[in-house]
Design a protein around this ligand. Structure first.
Ligand code: ATP
Length: 358
């Protein structure tokens, strides 16, 4: 098995800079996810690792080998595509066996390996079928079996679950985690679904416009987003704009929000000064609603919208000319028009410089 290093990789398509000096260190045997909005460069990163694209600048290493100029088949990687890319005219057996035949393995070895992969993915009863005789979930399993059968050091997965229905997607998430544990293979996984990324990954790289904004464990990127982009891309949040009115020390600042609210929050980038324009990011699930709260960062507003979500109710609360999203216990949720009091822990009000660019 092998880790992967990208060093200053830049890739341009005409005038589009798909990757802008991307550096990543992916450890041996981890599930490493590239997460970001459409067009941020996730697939291009995967294709550069696979060897389907050659970087304009920078190097790619798999293990100790510089593979930057090697052909895809010289890299010992395998890719699972979003649309599965199965051969329609080949039975499942031959689809899975394809890479082994290319490598000219003896027939008995091919049969042994195909059976092993098919059993692992629980599709051994489907080996005689054609792809059009399979459900989407079964096709997905065939695609994964075909990728692992060659025993690659690195498994590259490009939005592999996006064509599956919601239930199956949850089940397959667990299977991918189990598969990785069992095989010990390094997985580089691409998704724009943040919950999928947080739930399956050892580490996540959050990408934006061809750059890496933050690399960290799922807990790190969720709890300590390094940039405003990461804070608002991961999880749900209310964003309030304002001006630093006081620097309080220990990384805390007081922010005067447009409309007159005053809130104490945490300076996430460091070095904020009085008078700087900022944005305060607050996650609804971290706001505490209840009449018992008093003092700093306690607000009272009026519910403008209540949406029952099952295990919680989402409330929009109007306060000081702003609308803040919070959650409430559905059994005690106030109705629209009713007052609600809530507390925002200063640790949970994350303050970022307002650069004006995003
Ligand atoms: P998505 O989630 O929509 O798949 P992505 O994050 O995977 O997006 P990429 O497919 O890596 O994004 O694309 C990054 C940028 O490079 C985009 O602006 C895209 O339009 C551009 N791009 C990618 N491939 C090519 C290509 N072959 N020719 C021209 N431009 C390309």
């Amino acid at each position: 098995m092998a880790g992967i290093n990208l060093e200053g990789v830049t890739k341009r398509f005409g005038t589009t800079v798909a990757l802008d000096s991307v550096s990543l260190e992916i450890s041996d045997g981890e599930i490493f996810t590239l997460l970001g909005p459409s067009g941020c460069g996730k697939t291009t990163t995967l294709r550069v690792i696979a060897g389907f694209e050659t970087p304009d600048e920078g190097r790619v290493y798999i293990g100790d080998r510089d593979v930057t100029m090697l052909k895809p088949y010289e890299r010992n990687t395998a890719m699972v595509f979003q649309n599965y890319a199965l051969w329609p005219h080949m039975r499942v057996f031959d689809n899975i066996a394809y890479g082994l035949k290319l490598r000219k393995l003896p027939r008995s070895e091919i049969v042994r390996r195909v059976r092993w992969a098919a059993e692992l993915l629980e599709i051994d009863h489907l080996l005689d079928r054609y792809p059009h005789q399979l459900s989407g979930g079964q096709q997905q399993r065939v695609a994964v079996a075909r990728a692992i059968v060659t025993e690659p050091e690195v498994l590259l997965m490009d939005e592999p679950l996006s064509n599956l229905d919601a239930h199956l997607r949850l089940k397959m998430r667990e299977e991918i985690v189990r598969l990785q544990k069992r095989l010990g293979v390094t997985i580089v996984y691409v998704t724009h679904d943040q919950e999928e990324a947080l739930s399956i990954s050892h580490r996540v790289a959050v990408m934006n416009r061809g750059r890496v904004e933050q690399v960290g464990t799922p807990v790190e990127v969720y709890e300590k987003p390094a940039t405003y982009f990461v804070a608002t891309f991961i999880g749900r949040s209310t964003v309030l704009e304002g001006i630093v009115s006081e620097v309080l020390g220990s990384g805390m600042v007081r922010v005067m929000i447009e409309g007159g609210l005053s809130i104490v929050g945490t300076d996430m980038e460091g070095g904020l000064r009085e008078g700087e324009r900022v944005r305060v990011v607050i996650r609804p699930e971290r706001v505490k609603a209840g009449s018992e709260y008093n003092g700093e960062n306690v607000f009272e507003g009026t519910v403008s919208l209540a949406m029952f979500l099952g295990w919680r109710t989402q409330l929009k609360v109007e306060v000081g000319g702003q609308e803040i999203t919070i959650y409430s216990d559905p059994r005690r949720a106030p109705a629209p028009g009713q007052p609600v009091r809530f507390y925002v822990d200063p640790e949970e009000a994350k303050v970022y410089r307002h650069t004006g660019s995003s």
